[in-house]
Ligand binder design. Structure first.
Ligand code: GDP
Length: 358
């Protein structure tokens, strides 16, 4: 439906903004029959080329999966850089990946994505040089050499990743032997997870301990009221319809979430698609195997952006639910009650965490 199409367009624009792109034009196309060469029809390409020219755009993001051929043809026709949904999400993950493991995974996924695009880029290059029909050109050998380079690099990355994952697994095991609860922050990209993570670890109640900082910037040892030690873990942001190749690539990072004792689902409650984003995150959580019974809170973030009736309405809804805490990572409003609620939940359900109280 057009409501869905609008929401999708807004989401993609939001993701582009998240990587620092200024969004100038948003265009929805009716696709009766996807064209193998350019996805959209030739008239649509022409109209789009005009927009690109008139507004001097440097990038066109297609909220679709483009084949390498389509991407190249569109770049030729539009005279600007073209990326598709996978490309956009790779950019976001690339920018946000903070762990060694995350960075390796993104690079691997990127190379995998690029490998499929090699042949066409090379043909393109050749045409630019005007070397159309020349005999004995670099041809296959150059492509083969490039492919081998990528294959070698990917093999090396996989070995490094193996090593890092093993180390991470060992750390996780050690932590599990220590009776410390693990609290994982999950949420849609841009919901405010990093801001809340910083807020939580920087607050007076959760005194930060740098033990894990050197090991992994997304893990912090914290103390809560009545709980001497807990681990707070920040994870990669979710987006809707994550390309499957990326789900696989990020599985290791998400394992932290699967084994967590408590989840804080950070939601941008001021976002018009907040409800759809919640559903997307829940879906990913069940896909990666998070148990239904894992205790979880929803932190309704960015309440500072709400005004008047809307704000009252949201606060009333939150008050009616025990598992919802309204917060603002920016102003700090609601953060202490969230910490108290998390601490109460952890000490209540799990006797082993009450040791610190005795
Ligand atoms: P993440 O992708 O979930 O880690 O989100 P970030 O923590 O990077 O936040 C995304 C954007 O939302 C940033 O521009 C933040 O400054 C902003 N943000 C986060 N929390 C709040 C909040 O409580 N209120 C407002 N107004 N903005 C927020």
């Amino acid at each position: 439906s057009s409501r869905d199409a609008d929401a999708r367009l807004e989401e993609t624009a939001g993701l582009a903004v998240a990587i620092g792109v200024e969004v100038v034009e948003k265009v929805a196309f009716r696709l009766r029959q996807p064209k193998p060469g350019t996805l959209i029809g030739s008239g649509q390409v022409e109209a789009l080329a005009e927009t690109v020219r008139d507004s001097e755009l440097q990038l066109a993001v297609f909220d679709a999966a483009l084949t390498p051929v389509q991407q190249r043809n569109l770049e030729d026709a539009l005279k600007c850089k073209v990326i598709d949904r996978t490309g956009l999400i790779l950019e976001i993950f690339g920018e946000r990946a903070r762990t060694a493991e995350g960075r390796l995974q993104v690079e691997l996924a990127h190379l995998d994505y690029q490998a499929g695009r090699l042949v066409r880029s090379w043909t393109h290059l050749e045409r630019q040089r005007g070397g159309f029909g020349f005999l004995g050109g670099p041809g296959e050998t150059q492509i083969e050499a490039d492919r081998r380079l990528i294959r070698d690099r990917m093999a090396r990355l996989r070995r490094e990743l193996d090593q890092v994952s093993r180390t991470r697994g060992l750390h996780r095991e050690r932590r599990q032997r220590a009776p410390w609860p693990v609290i994982a922050l999950v949420g849609y990209t841009n919901a405010g997870k990093s801001s809340l993570f910083n807020r939580l670890t920087g607050s007076d109640v959760m005194a930060e301990n740098l033990l894990f900082a050197t090991l992994d910037p997304t893990l912090r040892q914290v103390s809560l009221p009545g709980i001497d030690k807990a681990i707070l873990s920040d994870t990669v942001g979710f987006v809707s319809e994550l390309p499957t190749q990326l789900v696989a690539a990020f599985k290791a990072t998400l394992e932290e979430v699967v084994s967590a004792d408590l989840l804080i689902h950070v939601r941008d409650i001021a976002h018009p698609d907040s409800e759809a984003q919640r559903a997307d995150v829940e879906k990913v959580l069940s896909e990666i195997g998070v148990a239904e019974e894992t205790p979880r809170f929803e932190a309704w973030n960015k309440i500072d952006l709400l005004e008047g009736e809307r704000r009252d309405e949201v606060l009333a809804l939150a008050a009616a639910r025990e598992d919802v805490m309204p917060v603002s990572a920016v102003t700090g409003e609601g953060v202490e009650p969230l910490i108290d609620a998390v601490a109460a939940k952890l000490t209540q359900g799990h006797r082993r965490y009450t040791i610190a109280l005795d």
